[in-house]
Design a protein around this ligand. Structure first.
Ligand SMILES: Nc1nc2c(ncn2[C@@H]2O[C@H](COP(=O)(O)OP(=O)(O)OP(=O)(O)O)[C@@H](O)[C@H]2O)c(=O)[nH]1
Ligand SMILES: [Mg+2]
Length: 300
């Protein structure tokens, strides 16, 4: 049987549902998803092998104007993610009109020879007229290979996206083992799950300043002879006042974040988890190259 493969990079403005699509296509929650823009900070690889075809997905941070050193790395990660793509999935939020960031991003890919699929996401939130209107709007900016309106949340249209990708895969080797779902190291996956829960629980202002470091991962058998995964994690923030909020009254917020993260980790790794979380302040870390690198967020 001949093997087929394709590198598929998902790009678009923040909060359009790129990571949600990656998770839906791969069938596992690899990438953090939240309603806050700029959730994804670095490129994240997801892998799906169906029969003779392997699709390697690259989820990227949402395109935005860089304001911190971290944002510069995020924007680099987008370009880096696109460099080897066979297919680009341009993800748009159908509830919003095309904006300048998107025009710029689309202009920048005009010179590329790869196929470009437009996914108009969140059709669960609009009527048929809006779908038609956006279709015309986006098609006037770029000559897309195909346009698929979808709702990742409802699982509506995912199969059409999948069919398009499989149809457009080319003869080529499988780059990952056929049962792989990601190339993210275990520690990175754990850190992202904890950060996702912090984003979920915390106010708008703090989340962008949060990073999660995993200090140790181990395993032991409990008294019942069950395997337990031990995780020591540190949630970093930029100010003492933020530290107080993350810990909460008598530790209530940290407990909430930790509990939600533990449940998610147990489901993902299918093992009992003993998660210990601390909070530390690293002032202005988003502008410090050393710390950005430490948190695994450097694009270099
Ligand atoms: N209503 C609706 N919401 C959706 C849909 N798909 C994703 N969302 C929501 O949109 C928000 C953003 O989703 P993400 O997947 O984190 O978006 P993203 O494009 O990866 O965002 P960044 O990483 O910040 O660039 C989340 O609250 C999702 O639950 C959809 O089909 N319909
Ligand atoms: Mg994302």
């Amino acid at each position: 049987m001949s093997q087929k493969s394709a590198f598929v990079t998902i790009i678009g403005r923040p909060n359009t549902g790129k990571s949600s699509l990656l998770n839906a296509l791969v069938g596992e929650r690899i990438a953090a998803v939240s309603k806050k823009p700029q959730t994804t900070r670095t490129k994240i690889t997801g892998v799906l092998t169906k029969g003779d075809t392997q699709i390697v997905f690259i989820d990227t941070p949402g395109m935005h104007r860089a304001k911190t050193k971290l944002s510069e790395h995020m924007v680099n990660a987008i370009n880096d993610g696109m460099s080897g793509a066979d297919i680009i999935v341009f993800m748009a939020d159908i509830t919003k009109p095309v904006n300048d960031n998107e025009r710029e991003l689309l202009n920048s890919i005009k010179s590329k020879s790869c196929k470009v699929l437009l996914c108009l996401n969140k059709i669960d939130l609009v009527d048929k007229n809006t779908i038609a209107k956006r279709l015309v709007e986006y098609s006037s900016v770029y000559d897309f290979t195909e346009v698929i309106p979808l709702s990742v949340i409802d699982g509506d249209g995912i199969d059409i996206v999948m069919d398009f990708l499989i149809k457009n895969a080319k003869d080529g080797p499988h780059y990952f083992p056929d049962d792989a779902i990601t190339d993210q190291p275990e520690k990175a996956l754990i850190a992202e799950k904890i950060r996702e829960k912090a984003l979920l629980c915390l106010d708008d202002e703090i989340p962008h300043g949060i990073a999660v470091g995993i200090e140790a991962v181990g395993e032991h058998d409990n008294r019942l002879g069950e395997a337990v995964m031990d995780i020591d994690a540190v949630i970093y923030c930029e100010k003492d006042s933020h530290k107080g909020i993350i810990i909460g009254k008598q530790g209530s917020m940290l407990k909430r974040i930790g509990q939600a993260a533990r449940e998610d980790l147990e489901e993902f790794f299918r093992i009992k988890v003993n998660l210990k979380c601390w909070v530390k302040v690293k002032e202005d870390w988003r502008n410090k190259e050393g710390l950005i690198k430490n948190f695994g967020l450097s694009s270099k």
